[in-house]
Design a protein around this ligand. Structure first.
Ligand code: ADP
Length: 242
C-alpha cells in the first residue's frame, strides 16, 4: 500500500536526510520507524504526507506516486491520513472540543456532525471530560491525546505519528501507544516514529534507520529479542566507565 522505491532526499549537495531507502508497508500494519535523532524518520513521514518530495526515487501509495500528485490532489491524499506531527500544536484560543472539530469543519461537515464525531473521538482517547477545557490547562500527556483525537476524527486509513511519546512520562506514553494500537486493531495502518526503544515490541514491524539509510528491519516474532538486545546494549554503553 505504501512503498518507498530507492528514495533519497538531499537538502544540499552533501546533506542527505535519506539515502536509497526502499521498503513497503501493507494495509493495517503497525510499523515503528526507529533510529536515533537525525536518522531521517520525520523525513519519511513527511514524504508519505506529501509535505516533502524525494530528490530521487519514488514514494507510492496504492501504486500512485505521491510526489507526482498535483497540489490540487494533495487534499484528497491528506483526507486518508491522520497526522500527528511535531510542532503542530493545538490552537490555544479555543476549547479542546473545537480543536478536534476543526478537521471536519475544514472539509465542510456540519457543526452538529463535527461536534458528535469530535466528542466520540475524545471518548476513544478517554479525555471527553476535558472537552470544554482550554488546551492550556492540560498536561503534556492530555494534549497529546487530544492531538490524536484530532488526527483520527476524519476516520483516516493511515495514521502517521512523529515521536508521539516524546516528552511524555511512561504512564502517558503507554496510554498513547495503546490508543494507537487500538486504531490499528480496528484496521487503520499506523506508522510511528520513535527513538524510544521501549515500545518496539508493540509493533508488527520495525524499520530501523541510521544516518538516512535503512540498516535493519524486523517483523514481530523477532521484535522482543531485538528490543531486549538494544536495551541491554544501551544500558551497557551508558554505564560503561569513560
Ligand atoms: P529524525 O526524524 O530521525 O530525527 P529528520 O528526518 O528530521 O530525522 O532529519 C534527517 C536529517 O535531515 C537530519 O540531519 C536533519 O538535520 C536533516 N534535515 C531535515 N530537514 C531538513 C531541512 N528542512 N533542511 C536541511 N536539513 C534538514
Amino acid at each position: 500500500m505504501i512503498e518507498f522505491q530507492h528514495v533519497s532526499k538531499a537538502y544540499s549537495h552533501d546533506i542527505y536526510a535519506l539515502r536509497d531507502v526502499s521498503f513497503s508497508i501493507g494495509d493495517g500494519e503497525l510499523v515503528f520507524l526507529a533510529g536515533p535523532s537525525g536518522a531521517g524518520k520525520s523525513t519519511v513521514l513527511k514524504m508519505i504526507a506529501g509535505l516533502e518530495k524525494p530528490s530521487s526515487g519514488m514514494v507510492l501509495m496504492n501504486g500512485q506516486s505521491i510526489s507526482k500528485l498535483k497540489s490540487s490532489s494533495l487534499p484528497y491524499l491528506r483526507r486518508k491520513l491522520g497526522l500527528i506531527l511535531q510542532g503542530q500544536g493545538l490552537l490555544l484560543d479555543r476549547s479542546v472540543l473545537a480543536n478536534v472539530m476543526l478537521p471536519m469543519i475544514v472539509v465542510g461537515e456540519s457543526m452538529t456532525d463535527a461536534e458528535t464525531r469530535a466528542y466520540a473521538a475524545l471518548e476513544r482517547l478517554n479525555i471527553q471530560d476535558k472537552a470544554d477545557a482550554s488546551p492550556l490547562s492540560l498536561s503534556g500527556g492530555e494534549q497529546q491525546r487530544v492531538a490524536i483525537a484530532r488526527a483520527i476524527v476524519n476516520r483516516p486509513q493511515i495514521i502517521l505519528a512523529d515521536e508521539p511519546t516524546a516528552y511524555l512520562d511512561r504512564e502517558n506514553a503507554v496510554i498513547v501507544i495503546n490508543a494507537l494500537k487500538a486504531f490499528q486493531r480496528s484496521g487503520v495502518t499506523c506508522i510511528i516514529s520513535s527513538h524510544d526503544e521501549q515500545f518496539l515490541e508493540q509493533a508488527n514491524r520495525v524499520i530501523y534507520l541510521s544516518k538516512g539509510e535503512v540498516t535493519d528491519s524486523w517483523t514481530s516474532a523477532l521484535i522482543p529479542a531485538v528490543s531486549a538486545a538494544i536495551t541491554n546494549a544501551t544500558s551497557l554503553t551508558s554505564t560503561a566507565p569513560a
